[in-house]
Design a protein. Structure first.
Length: 256
């Protein structure tokens, strides 16, 4: 604690010393968002790719900037409120690692929040482009939302120690490990089969997606160690990324 206090005092003399220069700033931003890359950044960019099409790199770049501004704003605010938790579970993050002070992180949050609002205003996007989703599209939207809800279930296994310290009540802490893990495995299997039926990708793509799902749920079932749960969650991120790329096949077929 004394070392941490001394480090903060030294940093306060020169508030932006830890992020002086573009390379250090970019690394600090990367460390703020590192843990959310598999299950947040990549899947949402996959959705952007499906919606914009690979032939429009400008729209894809705009989607990336908009996406990252929203994610980083959330991540910085979340880590400001959870410094003590991150000292245990994610000590590499900028605040517990001493790369940035709490005051500078708050200033960064307000800057990102302002940029997030400006990006939304500049893009001037209307949800659904003025059209309400019906039938097939409505079912697809509901499934995607449900899968993202499942992500919290998958993520909580790797954070059990920190969640216990913070007094959180998550499924892996409320249920016996066997019940918590088998319920997640059942959901992953259901989503895997359901998405293959819904999007009807080619046989090879279906096989790869199915194997990703089996590797993911197998990891959660075969080991109850948090370090292995972290690896399983990375595989879950790959599976989630693939699940959001599957709609590109009906798009290529001209189904929508």
């Amino acid at each position: 604690m004394e070392l941490s206090a001394a480090k903060n005092m030294e940093m306060s003399k020169d508030p932006f010393r830890p992020i002086t220069g573009l390379p250090k700033l970019l690394k600090t931003l990367y460390l703020f968002g590192k843990s959310d890359i598999p299950a947040a950044t990549l899947p949402t960019m996959a959705i952007a790719l499906v919606l914009t099409g690979s032939s429009n790199p400008i729209l894809l770049a705009k989607a990336f900037v908009w996406n990252q501004l929203h994610l980083l704003t959330f991540q910085v605010k979340n880590q400001i409120d959870g410094v003590e938790e991150d000292r245990i579970a994610k000590p590499y993050r900028p605040l517990p690692a001493g790369r940035i002070t709490l005051e500078d992180a708050q200033a960064l949050y307000y800057c990102l929040f302002g940029l997030m609002l400006l990006s939304g205003i500049s893009l001037n996007t209307l949800p659904y482009h003025g059209r309400q989703p019906q039938g097939f599209k409505s079912l697809a939207a509901l499934m995607i939302c449900a899968i993202f809800a499942t992500t919290g279930h998958a993520q909580d296994f790797r954070d059990r120690s920190a969640d216990t310290l913070m007094g959180r009540k998550t499924i892996p802490l409320l249920l016996p490990q066997g019940a918590a893990r088998w319920s997640l495995a059942a959901l992953i299997l259901a989503w895997t089969v359901g998405l293959i039926v819904l999007w009807q990708p080619p046989i090879i793509a279906s096989a790869v997606f199915f194997l990703l799902g089996m590797r993911c749920l197998g990891g959660y079932l075969l080991s109850y160690e948090e370090k292995d749960d972290y690896v399983s969650y990375c595989w879950y991120g790959f599976w989630l990324l693939a699940s959001n790329l599957l709609p590109i096949f009906p798009r290529l077929r001209g189904d929508f």
